[in-house]
Design a protein around this ligand. Structure first.
Ligand code: ATP
Length: 368
């Protein structure tokens, strides 16, 4: 734990009745002032983590700390957190000003002070002049900003955001991603953001926790997680991946599709079975005899920036390639990749073991 830790989960389990645990002994730390994202498929437990932090539900086991103090039994209204919900949960019968002022009125703040604070926050989220507007007269993006103003007016130490952008269309969603990130930087407070959209998570976060089935699969910066996924689930969930079975012959030598390749990984047992990941953008198309692998082009789609080319090797593995070069469906072509493009994953490795192996590897001067 560092001095900068604001929230800490220690072996937190959440279980309803006799059902399987929704969260299964989850431990993590959240540092002050950073943008965190909880990322994972529907039902993996993201919202449950937010609800536990906010105090809307209690842990079945384990401890939750806020600023070093155990808060398992502290009621929601005494916690220094505010939540922005997916549907914003604005009050439709109150105008913009009163929606933002709501929390301050409950705290019985003086009217003059409320006027000043609400005005300030509305300016902060670019809604100056909208004070008397009805909520139904506001667009999706504007409602979003009202919800954020309502959360920050209480000066919480942490803001929890539960899929706040999911109701917006793609263009507005992208705009709001920039806006939210910028807002977090200006405010300097901790944001914990929930999404099942991996691109959104990669674009916005300082740190990502990837969840599946009630467990944190991997935590790290967007580049850590993209470049060094810990297992098949993470590799598949974060971006598109080619994943094939392989064998680690010895340090820096791996075998897959019946061939041996130079790689940059080490620390495995000789001939250990592994899984290999190569990202589609790390594969280059060559003439059929000039690549490291021979494949047949099965289909091709133009995606604007690149072609998405689907190929199969002789063993029947699918290879997805992102290339600015066009291929011909039915042709045999070669695929070239650098040793650094090969990422080797160990079966059943825990995050701790994975981090240790990576650390040892980086200390040896093989940092990438
Ligand atoms: N009150 C409850 N009683 C029983 N089961 C619940 C309750 N609340 C949530 N669950 C279950 O807990 C699991 C995790 O739910 P949670 O809302 O945390 O998932 P999520 O990752 O946020 O999913 P989504 O992206 O769909 O919102 C789900 O299987 C859900 O059905």
């Amino acid at each position: 734990m560092t001095d900068n830790t604001i929230i800490r989960f220690e072996g937190v389990t959440k279980q309803y009745d006799d059902d399987p645990a929704v969260l299964d002994s989850v431990s993590f730390e959240i540092e002050r002032g950073k943008f965190y994202t909880l990322l994972g498929p529907s039902g993996c437990g993201k919202t449950t983590i937010l609800r536990l932090i906010a105090g809307f539900t209690e842990a079945s086991q384990g401890e939750i700390y806020f600023n070093g103090k155990m808060i398992n039994h502290v009621p929601a209204n005494e916690r220094q957190v505010n939540t922005v919900f997916q549907d914003y949960a604005l009050f439709p019968h109150l105008n913009v000003f009163e929606n933002v002022a709501f929390g301050l009125r409950i705290k019985k703040m003086k009217n003059a002070q409320i006027q000043q604070k609400v005005k300030e926050e509305l300016k902060f989220v670019n809604l100056e002049g909208y004070e008397t507007r009805e909520i139904k007269e506001m667009s999706g993006g504007q409602r979003q900003r009202v919800a954020i103003a309502r959360a920050i007016v209480n000066e919480p130490e942490v803001i929890l955001l539960d899929e706040p952008l999911s109701a917006l269309d793609l263009k507005l969603r992208t705009e709001m991603q920039y806006e939210l990130r910028e807002l977090q930087r200006r405010l300097g407070i901790t944001f914990i953001f929930v999404t099942h959209d991996q691109e959104e998570a990669l674009a916005m976060s300082d740190e990502i926790f990837v969840l599946n089935k009630g467990k944190i699969q991997q935590s790290g910066t967007p580049t850590d997680i993209y470049d060094e996924p810990i297992n098949r689930f993470v590799a598949d969930f974060i971006g598109e991946s080619n994943i094939v079975p392989g064998k680690m012959i010895q340090d820096f030598k791996v075998e897959f599709v019946g061939k041996q390749f130079e790689c940059v990984d080490r620390g495995f047992n000789p001939n250990e079975s592994v899984e290999i990941v190569i990202r589609p953008e790390d594969l280059e198309i060559t003439k059929k005899d000039q690549g490291k692998l021979k494949v047949r082009v099965d289909s091709q789609l133009f995606r604007g920036v690149h072609y998405e080319i689907c190929c199969y090797d002789e063993a029947g593995n699918e290879w997805l390639v992102h290339s600015t070069k066009k291929a011909v469906v039915g042709d045999e072509i070669g695929l070239y990749f650098d040793p650094e493009a090969i990422h080797v994953m160990r079966f059943g490795e825990t995050e701790e073991e994975f981090d240790k192996r990576l650390e040892a590897y980086n200390e040896d001067g093989h940092a990438n």
